[in-house]
Design a protein around this ligand. Structure first.
Ligand code: UDP
Length: 236
């Protein structure tokens, strides 16, 4: 499926998790992008970004705006696969199979807190981490830390599109590389996920807008995305 020039792979959460599990078991490498409307819209404007993302192994539909567009283009069964939901599945699986998981991103005290929480909850997983505010000069040392740890899973929470460029550049750093946006903030408990009511009614974007009004500048892109999708569907 193509949405504004970005390929979207219509896998659901369970299918995505099975592919990840099989890749880890067979020693294959995977790069996963969870694409929300902001990223897709940005890609439509920035061909370099779009081309970069297109070499990911899976580009998953993250957000109700992507599910809506996929339906509009004729897909029947489409489920949202968000970075946080897939991360939680990975953690469950990692606990059973004693995976090594590296968290890259977020502020120093926040990623530390996230890993502290995760170690309590998933004691069988071997965790390592680094915050996401390093300079270009520090980048080789960060990469070396990851490569030495040789993670099964690398969760990159540097925000889009920084995390996508990181994952595109450093193919060898982990078996599974996935951009997770603000997931590390949620795992730390510092940022709350939308309550079940908002999630069940596909209103996470509204919850985020109300709880973090500073994000309005980013969300302004959503109506633009809707217009562009309608244009692709009905006028091209
Ligand atoms: N971040 C980071 N390094 C940076 C810029 C951002 O580690 O140079 C982190 C930031 O602290 C936050 C995440 O990236 O944890 C981005 O979160 P956001 O909710 O904005 O994610 P998105 O909506 O872009 O997926």
């Amino acid at each position: 499926m193509d949405i504004l020039g970005t390929r979207i792979d219509l896998l659901n959460l369970q299918e995505s998790m099975s592919r990840i599990f099989r890749a880890v078991a067979s020693g294959k490498k995977l790069w996963i992008v969870t694409a929300n409307p902001e990223l897709i819209y940005r890609g439509a404007k920035d061909k370099k970004l779009q081309a970069t993302i297109s070499s990911a192994d899976f580009i998953l539909p993250d957000g109700i705006g992507v599910v809506w567009a996929a339906h509009l283009f004729g897909a029947e069964k489409v489920e949202r696969v968000t970075g946080i939901d897939l991360t939680l599945k990975i953690l469950e699986e990692g606990q059973q199979h004693r995976w090594r998981i590296f968290l890259l991103g977020s502020k120093p005290e926040i990623v530390k807190k996230a890993v502290y929480n995760l170690r309590q909850k998933y004691p069988a997983i071997d965790f390592a981490y680094h915050h996401g505010y390093f300079s270009p000069e520090e980048e080789p040392a960060v990469l070396e830390k990851i490569e030495r740890f040789a993670p099964h899973i690398l969760l990159v929470g540097l925000g889009a599109p920084k995390q996508e460029y990181w994952n595109a550049a450093y193919k060898g750093s982990a078996q599974i590389r996935m951009g997770v946006g603000g997931t590390i903030d949620v795992l730390s408990g510092e940022v709350k996920r939308a309550p079940q009511f908002f999630r069940a009614h596909n209103l996470e974007w509204l919850y985020r807008l109300v709880s973090q009004p500073a994000r309005i500048r980013r969300q302004i892109v959503l109506p633009l995305y809707v217009c562009k999708v309608l244009k692709q569907r009905y006028f091209s």
